[in-house]
Design a protein around this ligand. Structure first.
Ligand code: SF4
Length: 164
């Protein structure tokens, strides 16, 4: 059975920077949970950051690929550099995904860690820009397809293709 890595906040865990969750009511996620397919993970918590914590964005809105290559940092609203924690969380996510043979993930859009298609632009003004979060970028680099919670039907179709 294919396992699916999923952002912990989508599954109701209160791990977001503000101490809350972003619980998804999606029926696919509920079914996959019933089937025991889900590997529930929060890269920022596993990378050693507390909850709650200051909001963080990738400087310049550069995206996770730039963080992985050392070309950009992840900074908090208070100016703290949390790049090392984000990189550690991404590596931990990859390790747990690989330990379960994960080939697809459903991650929270817009997050500097999890964002599959977009991240905030580094200005803390609530503006998104195209790009991966750090964890999403690392998973994609290792062949794991990453879908946002806004595209779960596409994730379900990909799952069906893997199990066909
Ligand atoms: S790092 Fe990912 S799983 Fe953790 S709170 Fe942010 S979006 Fe959710």
């Amino acid at each position: 059975m294919e396992r699916i890595l999923v952002s912990a906040c989508l599954m109701g865990r209160k791990v977001r920077y503000d101490g809350g969750a972003k619980t998804s009511a999606d029926a696919h996620l509920a079914a996959w949970r019933e089937e025991d397919r889900l590997v529930v993970f929060c890269p920022e918590v596993e990378g050693g950051l507390p909850t709650p914590r200051p909001a963080a964005e990738i400087e310049g809105g550069a995206g996770g690929d730039a963080v992985l290559s050392g070309a950009a940092r992840v900074l908090t609203t208070e100016g703290g550099d949390v790049t090392a924690e984000f990189l550690s969380g991404a590596q931990a996510a990859l390790a747990v995904a690989q330990s379960f043979g994960v080939r697809l993930a459903v991650l929270k859009e817009g997050s500097p860690s999890c964002g599959p298609l977009s991240v905030y632009d580094g200005t803390f003004r609530g503006r998104r820009t195209p790009g991966h979060g750090v964890t999403a970028a690392l998973l994609e680099l290792h062949g794991i397809r990453v879908f946002s919670e806004e595209h779960i039907p596409e994730a379900a179709a990909y799952l069906r293709s893997l199990e066909a």
